[in-house]
Ligand binder design. Structure first.
Ligand code: TPP
Ligand code: MG
Length: 590
């Protein structure tokens, strides 16, 4: 007799889901049975930690636009999933979590504190999702699965959780065809593409016509909307600079003369410089968070702004845009392109070209370093030479994001870089690579992590090996929590408390760990060892790890570089937001 696990798996298949990432428990075994019977229409990927299931689902969703599916068992499975859901929620990524629960008649035991593994999962998950549904019965299951896809993909994409009691998932299902019906409209995000009002579009077009130094700040929403061609067409028509958030990297090919790179305190210098000089900043599918706004200093009070977001509640959050556009990026950019006449801005183009050239020269000089331990700039430049079109690059949190943003160009428009910018949690890259590989089966996936971040996720190398993934996992190993080491030194008078990850006697070796877990492992301590280690890793059939010994004081954060060069001791930074007033962006003159 088929059971609710069959019904659930069938509903997933009918919604276009082809893979689910997770770790089983007794409460969810029926789902595994349902998936097993439908393989290869749908398959299950076993990860070593539920945190990884969330990150893998997140990466899969970012690369495909379809909801990423993950499953966990009741209690400890759910608490470990929190990291992934938080990342997806804050980065607006559609994910659906299937969560095991105690049987319904054990509820009373949970409340008494004796129902094994029970906790208030709905309350916990509600803080981490746009919507959490407790499934009360088998009869309610189909409607709530359809609702999960609907909530995940319509409006602002986000994670959704379905909490399914053990007895509901084990219950017999009569196999009625109509139960498994799906609404394919919600199989990928965005389910709908709302168009901003004609008057708002015209007002935005007028600003774009008049701007002398227009700049577009492209966020993850450009990728989510698939608005690459429309963005480039508009930018090219008016000679607009295009800078991006980390999540928006690749909104435009960074080889384009209009591309300024990632604007962020650890992004590209020219992006920061040029964005500050624009007379019009057009924020496009970007939530204008702390980092992309350079600690809320962008937009400046004298800069006119257009803000475009699918989620209207984002508009005007930290400043009042001159023009606000509520709608889909692709639709809005296409309309603007139609309305705005072609106009060259030679002075602005020259400024862009000069800033790009000067910053590139400085980066090239740093990348040419022969120092040992190695400069991460050199490592990234060497990595870049080995990447092929179609490769996916996944960054861990910490400095790796800045090294990637600065020293690797997005070679073409499209999403080929993934950053954990929702939460910035360490340990994202290696698990996310599992989801990236599922989303892009033919592609090589490259991860870049620090040794601290990599340590969170070492166990997942066994998953890479078991699946035979074509991954190259680069560890920028500075023997420490480098970010915090620098922070303590600068802001706490040279402090060095709990930031070192090794002693003279004990130095973790990630190449050896990799080979112990079924991957190829390579190490480079000297500049002349680096090329060979990378070549060997790229030539590997299966997953490889390259452990590179790096300068512990190297940092991509502009402010730290300056302070380290000055060698001073600084006041504790405290918070900056409270001191920045909410302001109204002006109109352009004339
Ligand atoms: C889960 C988590 N814990 C703590 C932090 C705070 N944090 C930010 S950067 C960092 C250091 C990370 O070290 P590593 O991965 O080796 O990178 P490095 O700074 O050395 O380049 C820490 C602890 C975080 N971002 N995420
Ligand atoms: Mg480190």
């Amino acid at each position: 007799m088929p059971h609710a696990g069959d019904l659930l798996a069938e509903l997933l298949v009918r919604h276009g889901t082809e893979v689910v990432f997770g770790q089983p428990g007794g409460q969810t075994a029926a789902l595994y049975d349902g998936i097993h019977r439908r393989t290869p229409r749908i398959r299950h990927v076993l990860v070593r930690d539920e945190r990884s299931a969330g990150y893998a689902a997140d990466a899969y969703a970012r690369l495909t636009g379809r909801p990423g599916l993950c499953d966990v068992t009741v209690g400890p499975g759910t608490t470990k999933l929190a990291d992934g859901l938080a990342e997806s929620y804050n980065a607006s990524v559609p994910v659906i979590a299937l969560v095991g629960e105690l049987p319904r008649d054990w509820e009373v035991l949970r409340h008494k504190g004796v129902g094994s593994q029970g906790l208030d999962q709905v309350r916990l998950l509600s803080a981490l999702t746009k919507q959490t549904f407790a499934v009360p019965s088998l009869e309610a299951l189909p409607g709530l699965v359809r609702s999960a896809y609907r909530w995940a993909t319509s409006g602002r994409p986000a994670p959704v959780a379905l909490v399914i009691p053990h007895d509901v998932l084990d219950a017999d299902w009569d196999g009625a065809e109509e139960d498994a019906a799906a609404d394919e409209r919600y199989a990928s995000a965005p389910a709908f593409r709302p168009v901003p009002s004609g008057a708002d579009i015209e007002a935005a077009a007028e600003l774009l016509r008049r701007a002398e130094r227009p700049a577009i700040v492209a966020g993850g929403g450009v990728h989510g909307s698939g608005a690459w061609a429309e963005l480039e067409a508009l930018a090219t028509r008016i000679d607009a600079l295009v800078v991006t958030s980390f999540s928006g990297k690749g909104s435009i090919a960074e080889t384009s003369p209009l591309a300024g790179g990632v604007v962020n305190p650890l992004g590209r210098e020219e992006a920061v410089e040029l964005a500050g000089r624009a007379d019009l900043l057009f924020w496009c599918g970007c939530k204008v968070g702390q980092n992309t706004s350079l600690n809320w200093t962008l937009p400046g009070p004298e800069q006119a702004t257009i803000q475009l977001d699918l989620d209207a509640t984002e508009l005007g959050r930290t400043f009042r845009p001159t023009v606000a556009l509520a709608g889909d990026a692709r639709a809005a950019l296409a309309s603007l392109r139609e309305l705005v006449e072609e106009r060259r801005r030679p002075g602005w183009l020259e400024e862009i070209e000069r800033a790009r050239g000067e910053a590139r020269d400085r980066r090239d000089a740093e990348a040419a370093s022969d120092a040992a331990p190695l400069q991460p700039a050199r490592v990234l430049a060497e990595l870049g030479r080995r990447l092929s079109p179609g490769d996916v690059v996944v960054s861990d949190a910490s400095f790796s994001a800045g090294w990637l943003a600065g020293w690797l160009d997005a070679p073409a428009a499209g999403r080929s870089f993934l950053f954990a910018r929702g939460q910035g949690g360490l340990g994202y890259a290696v698990p996310a690579a599992i989801g990236a590989a599922a989303a892009r089966p033919g592609s090589r996936v490259v991860t870049v992590s620090g040794d601290g971040g990599f340590s969170y996720a070492v166990g997942e190398l066994a998953t890479h090996a078991q699946l035979g993934l074509r991954t190259v996992n680069l560890v920028l190993n500075n023997g420490s929590l480098g970010w915090l080491k620098i922070w303590e030194r600068l802001f706490f008078d040279g402090l060095r408390q709990s930031v070192d990850l090794e002693t003279e006697a004990v130095v973790p070796g990630f190449a050896a760990a990799a080979s112990g877990l079924g991957c190829a492992g390579f190490a480079a301590a000297q500049p002349d060892e680096l090329g060979g280690a990378l070549d060997a890793a790229f030539a590997s059939e299966g997953p490889a790890v390259v452990d590179v010994r790096c300068d512990p004081w190297a940092t991509p954060v502009h402010g730290y570089r300056r302070r380290l060069a000055e060698g001073g001791v600084y006041a504790r930074p405290g918070t900056v937001y409270g001191s920045r007033p909410w302001h109204r962006s002006p109109d352009l003159p004339g």
